[in-house]
Design a binder for this molecule. Structure first.
Ligand SMILES: [Zn+2]
Length: 304
């Protein structure tokens, strides 16, 4: 049977050619129509980093890979940008590092087409104090008895179990606020020596506050820990989602319990001098996917 030449048959054969052509795998996307920015503009070790992506093509989702960490981006409907908070560990050496972005795009031929693009960012050396501070604390912190060593090990296990958590949902929104209005008494990454024995880098930020000062949540989140630990004293940890945690140490009193939802500015406890502290003060720390970051740099970021 011969096919009669009709317009319908002609159209069908061309439709077949078109479908076959569109089935050819697409060329790797170059990401030329994508702009990627980082804040702060000068990246250093120990710093948090906000990545902002603007894409001409409408993406369904976007994820990033950076310094062996993976993280999702959020879309801000108002400014039409994709954003994500990430970090750079204190141990990261200066150099050029790749941010690998994978977006999901809906096209008429493929509903979930993945596009991958890479941007390089240069990381410099952070300006951290080189001073060594000698501090005097109770002997139980530098020469623990076997019973105290057991408590120290229990604390280490709790930190191992909780402080590397990455919950998928983002709870933080907008700026991170200082947990207290007070002068800074010790900055991030200074080197402390306790009783001329134990050396320990300062992986947080100290606020000079007397005992009993209200301590506020730096952003919205869920209370992951609210319990006493050997070195930390009364210890509160807030999970802000996507691997970002804030830690509050040496408290005299808890105002929240584990599992509570908190809002930025909510009082979570009162400051004190519990645990390994030379006196009353507030020590706060920031962790992103298991890495300590400089809290002062997080507070300074302008966030969507
Ligand atoms: Zn401290």
């Amino acid at each position: 049977m011969t096919r009669k030449f009709t317009f319908t048959n002609f159209f069908r054969s061309w439709l077949f050619v078109l479908i076959s052509l569109s089935a050819i795998p697409p060329l790797p996307a170059t990401g030329a129509n994508v702009s990627v920015r980082a804040q702060p503009s000068h990246l250093v070790n120990g710093s948090p980093v906000l990545f902002v992506v603007k894409s001409v093509a409408r993406l369904q989702s976007l994820k990033g890979k950076w310094l062996n960490h993976e993280f999702p981006f959020s879309f801000d409907e108002k400014s039409k940008i994709w954003f994500a908070l990430a970090g750079i560990s204190l141990e990261t050496a200066p150099g050029s590092y790749s941010l690998e972005l994978t977006g999901e795009k809906n096209t008429s031929s493929e509903p979930h087409r993945e596009v991958t693009f890479i941007r390089k960012f240069s990381i410099g050396r952070g300006k951290y104090p080189k001073i060594k501070v000698n501090l005097t604390v109770e002997n139980k912190f530098t020469e623990p008895t076997p019973e105290q060593t057991k408590q120290i090990e229990e604390g280490q296990q709790v930190k191992k179990d909780y402080l590397n958590r990455v919950t998928p949902e983002r709870e933080w929104e907008g700026q991170f606020a200082a947990p207290a209005e007070a002068a800074i008494s010790d900055v991030f990454a200074s080197e402390r020596i306790f009783n001329n024995k134990t050396s320990s880098p300062h992986l947080g930020l100290d606020f000079r506050v007397p005992s009993g000062t209200p301590v506020e949540a730096m952003n919205d989140g869920t209370v992951l820990l609210a319990r006493p630990l050997y070195f930390e004293g009364n210890f509160v940890v807030i999970d802000h989602g996507q691997g970002l945690l804030t830690l509050y140490l040496h408290l005299s009193e808890f105002k929240v319990k584990e599992g509570d939802q908190v809002k930025r500015g909510q009082v979570i406890g009162l400051s004190g001098g519990t645990g390994r502290a030379t006196g009353p003060h507030l020590h706060v720390a920031v962790r992103w996917q298991g890495t300590y970051l400089d809290p002062a740099k997080l507070i300074a970021l302008r966030l969507p």
